[in-house]
Design a protein around this ligand. Structure first.
Ligand code: ADP
Ligand code: MG
Length: 239
């Protein structure tokens, strides 16, 4: 079976600074991959390359067997959830969920069906008429996930979606995201610097340092058989 996401020999420079160098990553259909590493190691840059938000310097990116290297973000079949929610403040939750679909010209009844399904899955039906300012951080992040969900895409990209939430909400939403993955069985690429999130969510963890993947393995292997002191220190030590 072809892989869901293939990253081949990807390099990205900001000016003369090499942020990602000759990076390869193969992700299977339905896999939950966590990109883990300290601040500044290139996690967001890699995710933004996959999303098409950054032009890469070299290499190729395939999603669902298609070479998407030069496609616009909207044509890549991905949904993205950011740390900062990125909701439209002037719109209701319902509008936030439906806006992109309407703009793309989708029929009204299909839009309504998708919004209703996402609201049900994320348990945000009572919030549909509210505006983002009247939501808690956890509720906002559910809406942000809902916005990826309505697009019905095969690949979800998350960039530290829980970092702005307090500890209790973080663990609640972590469970929610895991449940979402069990239900949808889509491919998820999830960026975090939090070892607990990585160990509890991932099928495989890619531990990154200075734009290079140091180890790519399942949580058990990463935790018990780190390939070097860097991986051992990062995943073993508390924040
Ligand atoms: P992470 O998400 O792991 O914290 P980033 O991918 O945001 O790391 O950043 C990786 C490196 O690239 C950092 O050294 C950062 O300073 C640099 N960087 C990120 N974005 C830009 C940019 N737009 N211009 C120049 N350097 C950048
Ligand atoms: Mg980042």
């Amino acid at each position: 079976m072809q892989n869901s996401v293939s990253i081949r020999d990807l390099s990205l420079n900001f000016g003369s600074v090499k942020v990602l160098e000759h990076l390869d990553l193969e992700i299977a259909q339905g896999e939950f991959i966590v990109l883990l590493g300290p601040s500044g190691c290139g996690k967001s840059t890699l995710l933004n390359c996959i999303a098409g938000l950054l032009d890469i310097s070299d290499g190729q990116i395939f999603i669902g067997g298609r070479n998407v290297t030069w496609l616009e973000p909207k044509d890549r079949g991905i949904g993205m959830v950011f740390q900062s929610y990125a909701l439209y403040p002037q719109m209701t939750v319902e509008r936030n969920l439906s806006f992109g679909l309407r703009v793309a010209g989708m029929k009204k009844d299909e839009v309504e069906k998708r919004v209703a399904r996402a609201a049900e899955i994320l348990q945000i039906q009572p919030l549909l008429e509210r505006k983002p300012a009247n939501l808690s951080g956890g509720q906002r992040q559910r809406v942000a996930i809902g916005r990826a969900l309505v697009r019905d895409v095969d690949v979800f990209l998350f960039d530290e979606p829980l970092s702005n939430l307090d500890a209790k909400l973080r663990s609640d939403l972590r469970v929610e995201i895991k449940r979402l993955h069990h239900r949808l069985k889509n491919t998820m690429i999830y960026v975090t610097h939090d070892q607990i999130e990585a160990l509890t969510l991932a099928d495989r963890i890619a531990v990154m340092k200075n734009g290079v993947i140091q180890q790519l393995a399942d949580p058990h292997t990463i935790y018990n058989r780190p390939v070097n002191l860097y991986v051992a220190g990062f995943i073993g030590s508390p924040q």
